[in-house]
Write a protein that binds this ligand. Structure first.
Ligand SMILES: [Zn+2]
Length: 993
């Protein structure tokens, strides 16, 4: 037989596009449309409904960037349509692509009850089925004229990303606003033909099934009268029933479809817009659940649920009802889908505390799945935190975005730094926006790496990023591939049901040890430096605020600021969202974030100050508070006392130019260029700087990635570098050395000083570069095959070599407070107060192998924020020659938690609320229990990767000790003497006598 596949397939495409799809709505009449443009920011629903609109015709331009317009549409169903199904078709001027990245709307009835969200893939509102004719139609649309930021060509700088710079030119032209007859049979035919056409394209051309589908499609097209599609659609469908009823193969891949809308809590839109995006999507999904009895929808991010509850009570009522039915499912158990590389130990823990608690409090649902489809890599500290929160499963698809290496599993156990293993699934569909296309389903089945031992995967199904969710078309397609020969078999179900099946069929899955490194978006560890600094400062301040407020509450009876701390924690957690903390949002988001972090700091400093004043008592002496976990200059960790000054260096001139800083621990030589040419550890008698090299070297690289400017730094950036060795000035200032340099349009001032065994380096940069990457380099005389970076509740190792593509891909990685390299018995730490990105490389010279550690300071991408990082920044780094890993941990805390001095009664030595007798055991939180009982909660962990046995001494009468999970729920007997395994995390609740 002749091969006419191309002919029939082309015929199918044209007939679908030009005849069948247009026949879904065969008759229409225009609606009357009027509009009121809200003058500024979005207004309450009642205000929008009550406004007086002006008439507007289709084709008219509307919508200033970030504006809100309230459309009123009215009309009457023609009497001739009695008995038919009628829909309103509401086109705000959509481009059919990119739902969630452009104009959107939420439709209301005149009484303010929400109907559903509008986006380019969801423009209909059901009026009646069947109608009797003559009905009045009256709807309101709260329309957001959000600009397209990620337009074509992508990644071009734009001023549209901030309302302050976006201008007022209208962005959209009002499209079709009609009442139309909906021909259900024609629509079903479209679904049949799309499913079979898409399936056909994925099947092998030498298999019979493909040809059976082709012939059936041809017969259906033959049965269709193109002048009377509505009248012949049923006959066309009849030609397809045979191939549609042939069941899936017994070995077919099984897909658990989960209705979903990945909604970025901020990204190419500000936080306030996400509040509305969530309302639109939730309205859409509750409406779809009412229409489709098999459909299941899952929504993550407790923050987004809380927004609905707070801002859209009428939507919340529908959501809570749908949750009760078990088909609108809370998932994820985190406050937001956060970044997981950068959040510190406690913040990562609190993501789960606040997320899970919200779902437990509101619905009594304690879900065990962690839902992070879009997060840019997963720190090796995370498994232990997931387990300590009472969860046990993780889902992400993001690692499929890796540029270089293909991850070997889709279902596996992920093992963290302490040995905790979490059952993990990567949906092989490789997207969190599955649309149920044949191509996606076939890709999932082909791509699934665990074939032969497992057969289930999950597909998050629905428009996401900017929201939208699942459509009726996706549901119709899923119904057709429930059991269809040639296709994977698809069933709607909640994430927990999928995981139960996956675990049952795969009791002994493979294990992946260590971080899940995303080989992409590496620059998110550096972009938007002030957002990152705000996060780190806020985390440190929250630690101090809880510690001192708890201490003051127990010791003096001062009130504990439960509500303030709860609210501030949630603010900081929200800003760890995977496009805010990573620096990949529009200018508006980061401008607001900077202000928010300032307010957070002000409020937390207020809490700390009043607690410390209560503790210090009255007097005129200086009381030094040490918020770090370890004793410092005579003051215990978590306590206060008189303190003692020590450790600053003496400064003198250096032979050959420059200066020498020294104390009894270190001797540091700074040359006439302001570079550190020697850092000598007097205790060990060892030099830290690599022979012939100079540390504290600022290096400037061009940095223009191939795409994703704020997200990506591409490996070729290293091919070109400028060493900033020219100094404008190098001078002594008391016991410190000050260095000034200028380069390009920027300048930098550094202050170098000694603090005990640390060389502290304060770097202030007035940054006015474009598409450059600034690094601070420390070539170290250490032979190291691997190095340690602090992560949550411990540290993880990475190799210093690039033997395989896996190691080569990790050319930029994340640290928290320190990076540490060592030879047996001697090491060096580089500590920071707010930077996360770094690289570590090895060099072999005549004198042996050395290791260079570089901290990433600043970038200057121009998309999505064209002014990223312009302005003044201040960083603190410290070099710690001779540091063992425990020293790195301790100095990391010291640099991030400076001593605080309060005037009070010097006789008052404040003993710590909880003292620990083992320096390897680090207390990360001391606080009062969230339940308001007054119990003291203490969380600690083994910080060096070894064994410890810690005895805790409470500084108050204790009536009992209970071990708890992160949510402070009892898990067993507690004891004040605790043996710990490497990196083990422990939470205890101490009841006060
Ligand atoms: Zn996302």
């Amino acid at each position: 037989m002749h091969d006419d596949r191309n002919l029939v397939e082309a015929r199918l495409k044209r007939v679908l596009d030009e005849r069948v799809r247009p026949a879904v709505h065969p008759e229409s009449v225009p609606l009357e449309v009027a509009v009121w443009h809200a003058p500024g920011e979005p207004v309450p629903v009642a205000e929008g409904l009550a406004a007086t609109p002006e008439p507007i015709a289709p084709g008219t331009a509307w919508g200033a960037p970030w504006g809100t317009s309230w459309f009123t549409v009215t009309g009457t169903v023609p009497a001739a349509w009695a008995g038919r199904t009628v829909e309103a078709l509401l086109d705000l001027g959509f481009n059919e692509n990119s739902p969630g990245f452009q104009s959107e709307g939420l439709v209301y009835r005149p009484d303010g009850s929400p109907v559903k969200g509008l986006n380019p893939r969801n423009q209909w509102v059901r009026v009646g089925s069947p109608v009797s004719g003559g009905e009045r139609v009256h709807l309101h649309i709260e329309a957001a004229s959000n600009p397209v930021i990620l337009g074509r060509p992508a990644f071009q700088p734009t001023l549209l990303g901030d309302k302050e710079t976006a201008g007022t030119d209208p962005l959209y032209r009002l499209g079709r606003m009609d009442l139309a007859v909906f021909d259900e049979t024609v629509w079903q035919l479209v679904m049949d033909l799309e499913v079979l056409g898409e399936l056909m394209a994925e099947l092998p051309a030498d298999g019979a099934r493909r040809w059976e589908l082709l012939r059936a499609v041809e017969r259906a097209l033959d049965a269709l009268d193109l002048q009377d599609v509505g009248g012949t659609a049923a006959a066309a469908r009849a030609e397809l029933t045979g191939v549609m009823s042939s069941p899936a193969a017994p070995s077919a891949h099984r897909i658990s479809a989960v209705g979903h809308a990945h909604i970025d809590s901020a990204w190419l839109w500000p936080l306030r817009e996400t509040v509305r995006k969530v309302a639109r999507t939730a309205s859409n999904m509750t409406a779809l659940l009412e229409d489709e009895p098999d459909f299941v929808f899952a929504m993550s991010q407790a923050q987004q649920w809380a927004w609905i509850k707070e801002h859209r009570p009428e939507v919340w009522a529908k959501v809570t009802k749908a949750v009760a039915s078990g088909r609108f499912v809370p998932t994820g158990g985190m406050w937001v889908e956060s970044d997981t590389n950068m959040p510190g130990s406690e913040a990562m823990a609190r993501q789960f505390v606040h997320g899970k608690r919200f779902f437990i409090d509101e619905f009594g649902i304690d879900n065990e799945e962690v839902w992070l489809p879009d997060t840019f890599g997963f720190a090796a500290g995370l498994p232990q935190i997931i387990k300590a929160a009472g969860s046990k499963r993780l889902l992400t698809q993001k690692i499929s975005w890796s540029q270089t290496n293909t991850f070997p599993h889709h279902t596996f156990l992920w093992e963290g730094i302490d040995g905790t293993r979490i059952f993990t699934h990567f949906p092989p569909v490789d997207t969190y926006n599955c649309s149920m296309s044949g191509r996606e389903l076939a890709h999932a089945a082909r791509n699934f790496k665990d074939k032969g031992v497992a057969r289930h995967s999950l597909a998050p199904t629905g428009w996401g990023d900017g929201g939208g969710g699942t459509t009726r078309e996706m549901v119709a397609k899923a119904a057709r591939v429930r059991d269809l020969e040639g296709s994977p078999a698809v069933t709607w179900e909640p994430p927990a049901a999928f995981f139960a099946k996956a675990e049952a069929e795969y009791p002994d899955p493979p294990v992946w040890v260590g971080e899940l490194y995303l080989e992409l978006h590496r620059a998110t560890l550096t972009s938007q430096a002030k957002t990152k600094q705000g996060n780190r400062r806020s985390e440190s301040l929250l630690r101090e605020a809880e510690l001192w407020a708890a201490t003051a509450a127990v010791r003096t009876g001062a009130p504990y600021p439960y509500e303030d701390l709860d609210r501030i924690w949630k603010t900081v957690l929200l800003h760890q969202f995977h496009d805010i903390l990573p620096g990949s949002s529009i200018a508006w988001v980061h401008r607001e974030a900077r202000r928010t972090y300032e307010r957070v700091a002000e409020e937390l400093n207020g809490i700390i100050d009043s607690a410390q004043r209560a503790l210090a008592g009255d007097g005129d002496r200086t009381v030094v508070f040490n918020g770090a976990p370890h004793a410092r200059r005579g003051v215990p960790g978590g306590g206060a006392g008189a303190g003692s000054g020590a450790g600053e260096g003496r400064a003198s001139a250096r032979d050959g130019g420059g200066f020498v800083l020294e104390n009894d621990q270190l001797r540091v030589e700074i040359d006439a260029r302001g570079l550190v040419v020697s850092a000598y550890d007097r205790t060990a008698g060892r030099e830290a700087v690599a022979p012939g090299q100079a540390a504290n070297l600022l290096q400037l690289h061009p940095d223009f990635p191939n795409k994703w400017d704020a997200w990506d730094v591409d490996r070729f950036y290293r091919n070109t570098v400028t060493d900033l060795v020219e100094a404008d000035e190098v001078r002594l200032d008391g016991g410190t050395v000050r260095v000034r340099r200028s380069f390009g349009s920027s300048s930098v001032t550094q202050t170098l000083s000694l603090a005990g065994g640390r060389l502290d380096i304060d770097t202030e940069v007035d940054w006015h570069e474009t598409e450059k990457f600034l690094k601070l380099a420390f070539p170290l005389d250490v032979h190291a095959d691997r190095y340690a970076s602090e992560s949550q509740y411990g540290h993880a190792f990475r190799p210093t070599h690039t033997n395989t593509s896996w190691e080569a891909a990790k050319f930029e990685a994340c640290n928290h407070r320190f990076v540490h390299v060592e030879e047996p018995g001697w090491g060096v730490a580089l500590v920071n107060d707010s930077t996360y990105g770094h690289d570590v490389t090895r060099t072999v010279t005549g004198s042996g192998t050395t290791t260079t550690v570089r901290a990433s300071l600043l970038r200057a991408p121009r998309f999505p924020d064209p002014e990223t990082d312009q302005g003044v920044h201040r960083f603190r780094h410290a070099l710690v020659p001779g540091a063992a890993i425990g020293d790195a941990v301790r100095e990391g805390y010291f640099v991030n938690l400076p001593e605080r001095r309060v005037t009070g009664a010097a006789s008052e030595r404040v003993e710590p609320l909880i003292a620990v007798d083992d320096d390897a055991v680090v207390v990360t939180a001391v606080k009062l229990a969230d339940d308001g009982s007054g119990d003291v909660i203490v969380r600690f962990h083994e910080s060096r990767g070894g064994r410890a046995r810690a005895t805790l001494t409470p500084g108050f009468p204790v009536a009992g000790v209970v071990a708890t999970d992160l949510l402070e729920r009892p898990t067993g007997e507690g004891s004040l003497t605790v043996p710990l395994r490497p990196f083990q995390l422990v939470t205890l609740r101490l009841k006060r006598a």
